[in-house]
Design a protein around this ligand. Structure first.
Ligand code: DOR
Length: 450
């Protein structure tokens, strides 16, 4: 394993910004200091004027393996992830078959060990019928239990009241929820179908997948979590109305945490006119005032984590009419640069952007030895040029589906280099850059979550 010395990097870590050299050996950060340049390393990277941050840990992706590999697979999407400065991912159970058993969960880890360029972990899915499996899962066997409290891609809805109650009472792991009330959505769909038939306009999506449906479901999740003192992480919030349910303040010690996703922070309903079904996702992208409320909630630490919900579908699938077009967007490759747009625009500080994409994720899930620039920790690092504008183009897209919702958009920050466990996994270059395909991620390790 080669050693790397980064010199004069503009480090942002744990609320501080400072210039330092960083020495990486045997996969780990050996030293962070003012003058390490006398050390000999296999590779020296001049990082003067470049931002060095802990690699993003993305706690919500759909990489589609097994069963949906015409859309994506662990190899293709982990390549796109490292090109986007994401060094670890946590993958969702709505594959085919869904990840509802410990065997299926372990099989995903085994497959990822073979092909993933980034570090990885996987959620155990919940259903109306696998309570005993959930009760038996142990720390380290997965990153959490995913509960679809609203149906989305893969139809993994848990709607049996007694089962939901028991999951919140008994899950040994963090519970991550998708919150949208399915009966309300079905009623809204019927109303729009009666009016438009199959020609429902995409602009109706946030009215069908409504604010009220989100609120009803997230308030139920929170009530159940409080009843049983469960560790609850509510995924992809999209509405201003839901935010009052979460407390501002530091993530450590919180029993209830929240996540926002990059597309809900970047787009709002005005973008449906240009992007159409390409930005159809669940929960839906909503009003400008919701987007602004999400950004404010991030700044006041009411929302703790930023993730992608990378959910690739093919262009052909997306080209169908409203009801048939699947929900979800490919996002990992440009996620960090889009988040940094909000830093450029003054919504967030750099320190906050870093905390939400690395430190807070490590705290929420109790990920061991990652998520910080700390001596002794694994060297998962992302080097960024904050002043290197680029336009997102289809030709550069690495996700297997081959398109990006950000196409045509100009982003001001560029990922230059990504290190995964001390190995250079990606380097930017004139025509996009190079993913080093020999690099393999590791399985994430966890402490007790409940
Ligand atoms: O938009 C979405 N797409 N939301 C989800 O909850 C699932 C995801 C997918 O898997 O396509």
């Amino acid at each position: 394993m080669s050693s790397v010395l980064m010199t004069n990097a503009d480090c942002v870590n744990e609320g501080r910004r400072f210039e330092a050299d960083v020495l990486i050996r045997a996969g780990r950060i050996e030293a962070i200091g003012a003058d390490l340049q006398s050390y000999v390393a296999d590779r020296v990277i001049d990082a003067k004027g470049k931002l060095l941050i802990p690699g993003m840990i993305d706690d919500q992706v759909h990489f589609r393996e097994p069963g949906l590999t015409h859309k994506a697979d662990f190899a293709s999407e982990s390549r796109a992830a490292v090109a986007g400065g994401i060094t670890s991912f946590m993958e969702m159970p709505n594959s085919r078959p869904p990840t509802l058993s410990l065997e299926a969960l372990e099989a995903k880890h085994t497959r990822a060990a073979e092909v993933s360029r980034a570090n990885y972990s996987f959620y155990l899915g919940a259903s109306n019928d696998n309570l005993e499996v959930i009760r038996s899962v142990q720390v380290g066997q997965g990153c959490g239990v995913k509960v679809f409290m609203g149906a989305s891609t893969g139809n993994m809805l848990v709607d049996d009241e007694a089962t939901l109650d028991a999951i919140f009472r008994d899950s040994p792991l963090l519970i991550a929820t998708h919150c949208e009330d399915t009966p309300m959505i079905l009623a809204n769909e019927a109303e729009y179908r009666a009016r438009y038939g199959e020609e429902v306009p995409i602009a109706a999506h946030p009215l069908i997948r409504s604010e009220a449906a989100c609120f009803k479901s997230s308030s139920l999740a929170i009530e159940l979590a409080q009843r049983h003192d469960a560790r609850l992480h509510v995924l992809h919030l999209t509405t201003a109305k839901e935010l009052a349910q979460f407390s501002p303040g530091p993530v450590s010690g919180k029993r209830l945490t929240a996540e926002a996703c990059v597309h809900h922070l970047y787009f709002d309903e005005r973008d449906y006119a240009e992007k159409g079904n390409l930005i159809k996702c669940n929960p839906a992208i909503k009003r400008p005032k919701d987007r602004e409320a999400l950004l404010n909630a991030l700044a006041e630490d009411r929302i703790d984590v930023v993730a992608t919900d990378h959910a690739p579908h093919t262009l052909e699938e997306k080209g169908q009419r409203y009801f048939k077009a699947p929900a979800g967007l490919p996002l990992v490759q440009d996620a960090l640069p889009t988040l940094l747009e909000h830093v450029h625009n003054g919504w967030l500080t750099l320190e906050q952007a870093v905390a939400k994409t690395s430190h807070a994720v490590a705290e929420c899930y109790r990920i061991q030895e990652r998520g910080y620039l700390r001596e002794g920790y694994w060297a998962d690092l992302t080097l960024i040029d904050l002043q290197a504008p680029y336009q997102v183009e289809r030709a550069q897209v690495l996700a297997k589906c081959g398109w990006s919702p950000f196409e045509g958009r100009r982003l001001r920050s560029r990922v230059l280099t990504t290190l995964v466990n001390g190995e250079v996994a990606f380097e930017a270059g004139p025509s996009g850059g190079c993913v080093y395909d020999q690099v393999r991620g590791q399985r994430l390790r966890f402490g007790r979550q409940r």
